[in-house]
Design a protein around this ligand. Structure first.
Ligand SMILES: C[S@@+](CC[C@H](N)C(=O)[O-])C[C@H]1O[C@@H](n2cnc3c(N)ncnc32)[C@H](O)[C@@H]1O
Length: 249
């Protein structure tokens, strides 16, 4: 069973479109602000953990000459085609959707697509559910970010999630905020400044309750990366705090 995809996820995403609309608007704004790499814009995009692209705007994908998606979930490819295929055909963007482990095979994907921009699309924060221990998940996250060195890449991922008292249907629960990724110190207070920025920004507006789950993504971005903090009311009483950023080659 896929702990972060599958039919239940698609059904929930389909039903939650009105609730998720403000989060999708924030993600679209972050994507639109993608910095152009120094060696010129890439015309090729690889999306890892694309699912059906429930939270991705077709208009942004249309910027590219070709888009390739990778997801473990066998429903992801046909649903992505269904949601974005027509728009991408209209813009002449080639679309290929693969049912494939895009993370274990990342080095070979990068080798096969040396100029492609890579988007890790809400997948890194899910890895703790794909591994038996948090150490194994953290190790894979570290390995992934190392393999991306020298590449123009971006990620949107869960930082924390937990119960929220708020009935948030259709409302923007908190405005998007920005900060710079703090230096990783390698101690137990790793990325503490980034955490405290997020917690201060979101714990009140989200009416956070109890302990929130740490998605092990606090050291994904190198120090100095501009990080967008985005609230995602996953369901009326459960919220995720997402982080999104672009890393230059
Ligand atoms: C939260 S969903 C992503 C949502 C998606 N970005 C959207 O806009 O609909 C996480 C996805 O990551 C996928 N995933 C998890 N591990 C993966 C891997 N190693 N390679 C490719 N996809 C993976 C899951 O199957 C799931 O569809």
């Amino acid at each position: 069973m896929n702990p972060s995809g599958g039919l239940f996820w698609h059904l929930h995403a389909w039903r939650s479109q009105p609730l998720w609309a403000p989060t999708c608007a924030d993600i679209a704004q972050w994507l639109d602000a993608m910095p152009i790499p120094q060696q010129g814009p890439s015309h090729e995009l690889l999306v890892i953990g694309a699912s059906a692209g429930w939270m991705l705007p077709s208009a942004w994908l249309q910027r590219f000459d070709s888009v390739a998606t990778y997801d473990l979930d066998r429903w992801a490819a046909p649903l992505f085609q269904r949601r974005h295929g027509a728009a991408l055909r209209a813009s002449g963007t080639a679309l290929r959707c693969h049912t494939h482990d895009g993370l274990a095979n990342l080095p070979s994907l990068l080798q096969a697509h040396p100029r492609a921009t890579v988007l890790l699309d809400n997948v890194l924060g899910q890895l703790r559910f794909h591994h038996p221990t948090v150490e194994a998940a953290s190790k894979q996250i570290d390995h992934i970010t190392r393999s991306l060195r020298g590449r123009h890449w971006g990620s949107v991922h869960d930082a924390f999630s937990g119960r929220s008292q708020r009935r948030s249907a259709g409302m923007r629960v908190a405005p998007m905020h920005r900060s710079l990724q703090a230096k990783h110190t390698g101690s137990s207070t790793d990325a503490a400044p980034t955490r405290s920025v997020g917690l201060a920004l979101f714990s009140d507006p989200l009416a956070a309750q109890g302990e929130w789950l740490d998605h092990l993504t606090d050291t994904v971005f190198p120090a100095g990366t501009a990080v967008h903090h985005i609230a995602w009311p996953y369901s009326p009483h459960y919220c995720h705090w997402l982080q999104a950023g672009w890393v230059a080659a």
